[in-house]
Design a protein around this ligand. Structure first.
Ligand code: NAP
Length: 337
């Protein structure tokens, strides 16, 4: 099977690439080549910026694929471009959407593919919904062979799942320094975290499958943990104590709207998924990497080289400001008692 990944060296797509090659897939990447540390022998990289239409036409000229997976489509315009580019070049087009598309405020019910899509809080999720709608319309109008994939919070090597900035070392660095960390709400919301290796099994199982055409699949792990448990597991893996401060998501949203939309539009709500639809088609899909194991592996990778532990200074400063505002509000509340 000949497959193209648009992206390929990212958090999800890198692990999927390793598995694809392992399974004998003839794999192509399309990216700008800015991650030479993630060059994988055995695949062909097409160098282009997805925003450069002429470059895309040039590198794709004469190529056809059994499946194309776009990991970096975020807007209906991205999807419209892909429809034009791949209508005659791919037997299947896979759009990587997001589990944040599901109805917010959450209802606490187990989420399936038929849960309503609605997110008044987060523009990112609304744009993913619009992408899905564009594909459904195109599928109905012209038979465009799309498959929609909805990952939940997914992490690979080097990523550390937490409520803020999972792609950086910001929260682990705070724990190591003995600083307070913010956990949204009362810390008891159930949150599903998926390792990218497990995600890859689900994704690759859908490629080349006629049954997946015109369908949406969520690909998430079975491990749903509270936010407290997730941060405590991280602190344990670091050999430190977690100084957790619980702050309501609505308070955080008022103090920092950008952080707030990611909480109220996603992480503030219990998110437990039923992946029976995927498992019927891909029975080998299951959770094999526990959070404890994934954390150990990511931390080991991050500590191999100091330059890998990048702190998002903007988020760190925002966390400091939110903590200061919260402590002031707490003090004022107790003083007025
Ligand atoms: N992680 C999660 O928890 C989660 C949850 C739900 C949904 N998702 C979805 O998963 C997808 C992200 O997948 P990922 O983590 O594998 O991707 P990623 O980490 O965002 O990686 C980006 C990849 O795309 C390439 N790229 C970036 N900009 C490009 C451009 N302008 N032109 C060409 N290539 C470009 C990068 O290579 P170069 O820099 O070399 O070009 C790299 O290979 C997104 O659609 C996101 O919405 C993720």
């Amino acid at each position: 099977m000949r497959v193209l990944f648009i992206g390929g060296t990212g958090n999800l797509s890198y692990e999927a690439s390793l598995r694809a090659l392992d399974r004998g897939i003839e794999l192509f990447h399309l990216n700008r080549g800015s991650r030479p540390d993630r060059a994988i022998p055995g695949l062909c990289t097409l160098h282009a910026d997805v925003r450069d239409r002429d470059a895309l036409e040039r590198v794709l000229s004469g190529l056809r694929f059994d499946a194309v997976v776009d990991f970096i489509a975020y807007t209906p315009e991205d999807v419209a471009r892909d429809i034009e580019l791949f209508r005659d070049r791919a037997a299947q087009y896979v759009f990587i959407s997001s589990a944040s598309v599901y109805r917010k405020p959450g209802t606490g019910q187990v989420i399936t593919e038929s849960t309503r899509l609605h997110n008044p809080y987060w523009g990112y999720a609304r744009a993913k919904i619009a992408c899905e709608r564009r594909l459904e319309a195109e599928g109905a109008a012209s038979g465009f062979p799309y498959t929609i994939v909805r990952p939940s919070h997914t992490y690979g090597r080097g990523w550390i799942p937490s409520a803020f900035s999972s792609g950086s070392f910001t929260v682990p660095a705070r724990i190591l320094a003995g600083k307070e960390i913010v956990v949204p709400g009362d810390g008891q919301t159930l949150w599903t975290i998926t390792h990218a290796r497990d995600f890859s099994v689900g994704l690759l199982g859908l490629l080349g499958r006629a049954e997946a055409i015109g369908e949406a699949f969520q690909i998430t792990g079975d491990e749903a943990l509270t936010w407290d448990a997730i941060h405590l597991a991280l602190a344990r893996a670091l050999g430190k104590e977690a100084r957790i401060v619980h702050i309501p998501s609505e308070f955080i949203a008022r103090a920092n709207p950008a952080m707030g939309e990611r909480l109220l539009g996603d992480k503030a709500w219990s998110s437990v998924f039923d992946c029976a639809k995927l498992k019927r088609l891909v029975p080998e899909f299951r959770t094999t990497v526990s959070l404890a194991e994934g954390l150990r592996e990511s931390l080991a990778w991050l500590f191999e080289d100091d330059s890998r532990r990048i702190i998002d200074t903007e988020t760190d400063a925002a966390i400091e400001r939110i903590l200061a505002t919260w402590h002031r509000a707490e003090a004022a509340a107790f003083l007025s008692d």
